[in-house]
Design a protein around this ligand. Structure first.
Ligand code: MN
Length: 495
């Protein structure tokens, strides 16, 4: 899209400097030249040079405050997919960490949402489980955001698919990772393409309200500043923030609101950023003392954070114009975490206090599991989620892109029996990622598995019992063996 501005390598380095004091950016230069050469001559559908896309992706990652390896991998992320060069080449040139990140993104790229909502949850789980390094998810988000920006040049069917996939898969994951800003970006870019009619409707009913509310909030900002100065309370920022379009739409659809925009109190909220947590409470008291609060609308998410880690104080007060106004009070650090979630941990890399719990992948996963619990109240979901995270599941694909989840160590035979007993019983061989492969080879997350049927095979091999991991496969093999032994004896007797 023409409104996507051109970004240079200097812009990327400038952003890095904002977040890191002393950093060597040589590897960024190297990756820049490397990817530029690799994509040479390639064009995006929009007609612009392909390389603009990885540059913008890397720039977005730099804006989010992520580290050098992540930004480097952002520059290289489409190299193995779209050029002659392979992961091995990247490994040789950039080392293991960056090669792993790029490989992770390529793998995540194979996950396709085919519009079946019943698979959406599986796909989300797989997405997180496959990204053993959470930074690959961030790169995927930055990549997706750029693709959404340039969606208008694609055919309608593709627009719809990408927009819906963004809303069903990407934005819920961003939400779980506590990344409010990134979720909002993804949703608002995808919304008009996924649901054009609803989008137009929302624009029509909300515009007046939003402008009225903005004016009001503007006046309240002034009054709040005065209030804080009178009480000698230090603040970093006071500003109005409009509710995101898609989030407003989702809220209006809830039965409680019944599409009535009059019931939405946080169309434009007033946000106060206060350096000290203690003073957040002080300000809450001042605000509620100055304007009458609405009953049951005071929320303390500082002492009781939302399950995705969100922390803030909220209160809604009556304004003299009759329109209620929501105040959101929080420290700069809480604000950063509300907008960037897990990614914000990289902003505090030097700050031991905030990273000491969150450096190792295992710990990330545990935290993810904790944070994921709230989203679906479905008990089964929580149960299966625990299983996936703690008992090491893998996620593999059928050639059509459907997701099958299996315990770690599972083989193509487990996969075959998972699909259907007949496919298991007549399993003659397997292709993993289009390559012929031994049936006893353990599968890895992201593998695409194709079973080769041998119609002449009458029963499974007894050896398979030593190879399979799942109980289902074991049971099915045993019963098929019993049946074929029975047939054999019958045939002998009938002779
Ligand atoms: Mn890309």
């Amino acid at each position: 899209m023409s409104k996507q501005k051109t970004v240079s390598i200097e812009d990327i380095k400038q952003e890095i400097k904002l977040h890191y004091n002393e950093t060597n950016t040589d590897i960024i230069d190297l990756a820049f030249e490397y990817a530029k050469k690799a994509h040479e001559g390639q064009m995006r559908t929009s007609g612009e040079p392909y390389f603009n896309h990885p540059i913008r992706t890397a720039y977005t990652l730099a804006q989010w405050g992520l580290d050098i390896p992540t930004i480097t991998a952002g520059l290289l992320h489409d190299v193995p997919e779209d050029t002659e060069l392979t992961i091995n080449d990247i490994y040789t040139e950039f080392g293991k960490e960056i090669a792993n990140l790029v490989e992770g993104i390529t793998k995540l790229g194979t996950i396709k949402y085919r519009g079946y909502r019943r698979y959406a949850e599986n796909i989300r789980k797989m997405f997180v489980a496959m990204a053993s390094d959470i930074r690959t998810v961030f790169i995927k988000f930055a990549d997706r955001i750029d693709n959404l920006h340039t969606l208008n040049v694609l055919p309608l069917v593709k627009q719809q698919r990408i927009a819906k996939e963004s809303l069903e898969i990407y934005s819920p994951i961003a939400h779980r990772l506590g990344m409010g800003y990134i979720r909002g970006e993804i949703e608002d870019l995808a919304f008009p393409y996924a649901y054009p009619v609803a989008y137009t409707w929302l624009e029509q009913i909300s515009q007046d309200f939003i402008s009225r509310q903005s004016t009001l909030v503007g006046q309240y900002i002034k009054e709040t500043e005065k209030l804080l100065k009178e009480n000698e309370i230090e603040y970093s920022k006071i500003y109005g923030r409009s509710k995101r379009k898609y989030s407003l739409y989702r809220k209006l659809l809830r039965p409680k609101y019944n599409k009535d925009i009059n019931q939405i109190y946080d169309l434009v909220a007033l946000r106060i950023i206060i350096p000290k947590t203690r003073n957040c409470y002080l300000v809450l008291g001042l605000v509620n003392n100055h304007w009458p609060p609405l009953p049951n609308r005071i929320k303390d998410y500082i002492s009781q954070p939302k399950p995705n880690g969100y922390r803030s104080l909220h209160t809604t007060v009556f304004s003299n114009k009759g329109l209620p106004i929501e105040f959101q009070i929080r420290t700069p650090e809480m604000d950063d975490f509300a907008e960037y979630g897990l990614a914000a941990h990289w902003h505090y890399k030097q700050n031991e206090e905030s990273t000491k719990n969150l450096t190792k992948n295992k710990k990330w996963l545990k935290q993810l599991a904790e944070w994921q619990k709230d989203i679906e109240n479905d008990r089964n979901y929580i149960k299966s989620l625990k299983l996936d995270i703690f008992m090491d599941r893998i996620f593999v694909f059928t050639p059509k892109g459907d997701v099958i989840d299996l315990p770690e160590g599972s083989t193509s035979i487990d996969f075959a029996y998972h699909i259907h007993s007949d496919i298991g019983n007549q399993c003659g061989g397997a292709k993993i990622n289009s390559k012929l492969s031994g049936l006893n080879k353990p599968l890895c997350s992201g593998d695409i598995v194709e079973i080769i049927i041998n119609r002449k095979r009458e029963s499974p091999s007894e050896d398979w019992l030593n190879v399979v991991k799942t109980q289902t496969a074991k049971d099915k093999i045993k019963s098929a063996l019993r049946r074929s032994q029975g047939n054999f004896i019958n045939r002998l007797l009938n002779r």
